[in-house]
Design a protein around this ligand. Structure first.
Ligand code: LLP
Length: 420
């Protein structure tokens, strides 16, 4: 069903650890994200065990940036992979020291670089030549020497949705290997910059080890090209991208990836760094929604629920298929339905052509494996309030984000006159 046994049926009811999902939905309303702390710990341990104590594991904050989730991961010893000044402020707010964070991002602005330099991030992952100039200027103005890892694009094709493949030839990410020599020369001749590593990120929701190996080999070949490409270089960051099951296909071969890449990095005297997002939190969350009604149009049966594309964009944006299950399974006969939300777009669906038991109005469903890129990509489109979020831990649970008020939706807007 889901990639974790932290969500499972006891009798007819779906539970998250020792909390019944129906009870959580009664207490907090729907749409509601429910996360399992134990699942996040399971995944953290799995990754740590696979890669060993020397690897630097930086959680990709964008996958789920709730402060409580960041604190949980911080307590386990995670580092953090950031892509914006906002994420940097977020991890600060979660009480994490910036020295545990690396700062990536395809278009860093000067204020973001200044903030990250002031707070002392562990490394800047440079994506484009103009960023080197910005970093250089900031280093000079602040009289600092900034640690820089160059993100290269190794030109490796991967099997995933086109929107989340990042290392094919024409990609906005990283510096092409053919141009990376110039970038390195520019970095190493700058007294304010220090080349400390290389970074690649091939894409997201990958299922194979081979592209990671190919990428490492291309970067190693590049490093062999000149002494200045190696001097002082301490780490190789293999990126994130480890896929989860989403109810079908094989699990990501994490142990195989870890043993292969650890050996490759060690053969070059490099420390491994990695930036998993989805793998750590994806299976740890479900989105709970309530059935509002049914209708038939043409040959399609629709189940209309109170969660929509603004709460979970992945089905609409990437044609992602998340398993959908009833929160209470009465064992009724199944029929194929489209599960859709109230948003005014034909692209607003959570699942299509899915076998589900007939659900009555007021019954609830859970959309599984939505812990990553669910809440963090939610919007207020159609002036809908984003879901509340709850973190279950053993027998207890805690709300970690309240549903916003309607007033908060327009709090920053400036109407011509005050009509309130
Ligand atoms: N490192 C870098 C540089 C990244 O760009 C990303 C994700 C990660 C690490 C973490 O990747 P993960 O381990 O989570 O696959 N919204 C899309 C995924 C976008 C990923 C963007 N970058 C989705 O819902 O599938």
């Amino acid at each position: 069903m889901s990639g974790t046994d932290r969500f499972s049926y006891r009798g007819r009811d779906l539970w998250c650890e020792d909390s019944r999902i129906e009870d959580l939905a009664e207490e907090h309303g729907t749409p509601l994200y429910v996360y399992s702390a134990a699942c996040i710990r399971d995944r953290w341990r799995e990754v740590r065990l696979a890669f060993g104590p020397d690897a630097q594991i930086c959680y990709a904050v964008k996958a789920n940036s709730n402060l409580a989730i960041l604190q949980l991961l911080a307590s386990l010893g995670a580092g953090f992979d950031l892509v914006s000044g906002g994420e940097l402020l977020r991890v600060q707010r979660a009480g994490v020291d910036a020295s545990r964070a690396i700062f990536a991002g395809a278009g860093k602005q000067r204020w973001e670089i200044e903030l990250a330099a002031k707070l002392g991030v562990r490394a800047f992952q440079v994506e484009s030549p103009h960023e080197i100039e910005l970093l250089s200027a900031v280093a000079k103005a602040m009289a600092k020497r900034l640690p820089v890892a160059l993100r290269v694009n190794p030109g490796v094709a991967v099997d995933t949705h086109a929107y989340i493949a990042t290392a094919k030839r024409d990609s906005k990410f990283g510096v092409e290997l053919e141009r990376a020599g110039e970038a390195v020369a520019r970095i190493v001749r700058d007294p304010g910059l220090q080349l400390v590593g290389y970074h690649v990120h091939l894409g997201s929701q990958l299922r194979e080890v081979a592209p990671y190996v190919r990428a490492f080999e291309r970067v190693a070949e590049f490093m062999d090209g000149a002494e200045q490409r190696r001097a002082g270089v301490r780490h190789y960051d293999l990126g994130g991208g480890f896929g989860i099951q989403y109810g079908h296909g094989a699990a990501f071969p994490l142990v195989e990836l870890a043993s292969t890449l650890t050996a490759l990095a060690a053969s070059r005297g490099l420390q491994l760094m990695l930036e998993p997002g989805r793998y750590l939190v994806g299976d740890a969350g479900v989105l709970v929604a309530e059935v509002l009604g049914h209708k038939r149009a043409g040959d399609t049966d629709f189940v209309l629920v109170d969660a929509a594309m603004n709460d979970l964009m992945r089905p609409s944006l990437y044609s992602a298929e998340h398993p959908v299950v009833p929160c209470r399974d009465e064992g009724r006969a199944e029929a194929k339905v489209d599960v859709v939300g109230p948003v005014c777009e034909s692209g607003d669906f959570l699942a299509r052509g899915r076998a589900l038991p007939r659900l009555e109005i007021g019954e609830r469903i859970a959309v599984l494996a939505t812990g990553a890129y669910g809440a963090s990509m939610a919007s207020c489109y159609n002036s809908r309030r984003r879901p509340a979020e709850v973190l279950v831990d053993g027998a207890g649970h805690r709300r970690i984000r309240r549903r916003e008020t309607f007033e908060e939706l327009w709090a920053g807007e400036e109407p011509t006159e005050d009509t309130a």
